[in-house]
Ligand binder design. Structure first.
Ligand code: PSU
Ligand code: MN
Length: 314
């Protein structure tokens, strides 16, 4: 399981992450499109730092992934985090953008898909985010299906998230994951969480109650040689949840605005996130921050258990 990318000139793995990978200490990746395109400054920076701190306090090394000046970074310094969160007009980097941004020496945040690609290359088995992308509500005519789903179908990295927002067609997103053989597991819940809400109205097939169980599922999947990711769906803490009805009204309003402005492609998700924050007067942002912290905590506890399993397996 040793990291072998130290000599690869595309990568810059931080000394802390490199040491952890070489000595099989628990490491968990974090995405950065949430920093560059998901939250405004300075909340994006504060949340990124807090999530890293939570992970460290739980005995795990955080590896935030991004591309800075054409280098693929695994583990960012404080300065790099600051630069990434305050820069305007950075690139939202998914799988397809990677060869471009390293060639053109660009800077940007990696989406769930982009982060999974890099985490896999760096041999990091787990990763924490807020929410994953999915099938957009009008995908029948727009074909807008997030590359995150295809990545989950083929790349062997587990994602801890709070489900998906109802800016998406949640039912179609769940069906897509089922078709592509991606396990969707409820963490202490049998409902599929809807990001701001603990229950999207859809169920999950399996509920787990402990980090040990999550780690064992990921480990057994590895042993079976099954390709693809796993979704651990961890609901937002009750205290920060927002009602489905209210949220859906805000989302409908945001979508009307999006259509008026003719926003399409990779601009859709960042636009909707920012618009919803504006409509809710910042309430959605507060919830977003809290669910990321909660995912960092659960993700770290799973990473610890998973590292124990890998250590025992020689
Ligand atoms: N959903 C959220 N917050 C986010 C994202 C999604 O609730 O910040 C970001 C993630 O980086 C995700 C990306 O990978 O948006 C999906 O974008 P698209 O729909 O363009 O694939
Ligand atoms: Mn899209």
């Amino acid at each position: 399981m040793k990291g072998n990318l130290q000599s690869n000139h595309f990568f810059d793995i931080s000394p802390e992450v490199r040491e952890a990978l070489e000595t099989e200490k628990p490491v968990i990746a974090l995405e950065s499109a949430i920093i560059t395109h998901g939250m405004p400054f300075p909340e994006n920076l504060k949340t990124a730092i807090t999530a890293e701190n939570i992970i460290r306090e739980n005995g795990v090394i955080p590896a935030t992934i991004a591309v800075i000046d054409g280098k693929i970074k695994v583990g960012l310094t404080g300065e790099e985090l600051e630069k990434l969160s305050s820069l305007k007009n950075t690139i939202k980097i998914s799988r397809r953008d990677l060869p471009l941004v390293i060639t053109k020496i660009f800077t940007g945040g990696t989406t769930v898909a982009g982060t999974m690609v890099i985490a896999k290359m760096a041999k990091i088995p787990l990763f924490v985010t807020g929410g994953i992308g999915g099938v957009h509500r009008e995908a029948k005519s727009t074909m807008d299906i997030s590359a995150d789903l295809e990545e989950l179908a083929c790349t062997d990295v587990t994602v801890v998230c709070a489900g998906v927002k109802s800016i998406l067609d949640i039912g179609a997103t769940i069906e897509y994951l089922e078709t592509h053989g991606v396990p969707v597991i409820g963490y202490k819940t049998d409902r599929f969480p809807g990001f701001y809400t603990r229950d999207s109205g859809f169920s999950v097939d399996y509920k787990i109650d402990t980090p040990e169980e999550a780690a064992m599922i990921i480990y057994n999947k590895l042993k079976l040689g099954l390709k693809g990711g796993v979704v651990i769906a961890n609901p937002i803490p009750e205290k920060y949840a927002i009602s489905n009805d209210y949220m859906n009204r805000c989302i409908d309003e945001a979508i009307v605005e999006m259509k008026k402005k003719k926003i399409t492609g990779k601009g859709v998700t960042p636009f909707l996130l920012a618009k919803i924050e504006e409509i809710t007067g910042g309430k959605s942002l507060e919830s977003n921050i809290e669910l990321v912290k909660n995912n960092a905590m659960v993700g770290a506890s799973i990473a610890l258990e998973y590292a124990n399993l890998i250590k025992r397996d020689v």
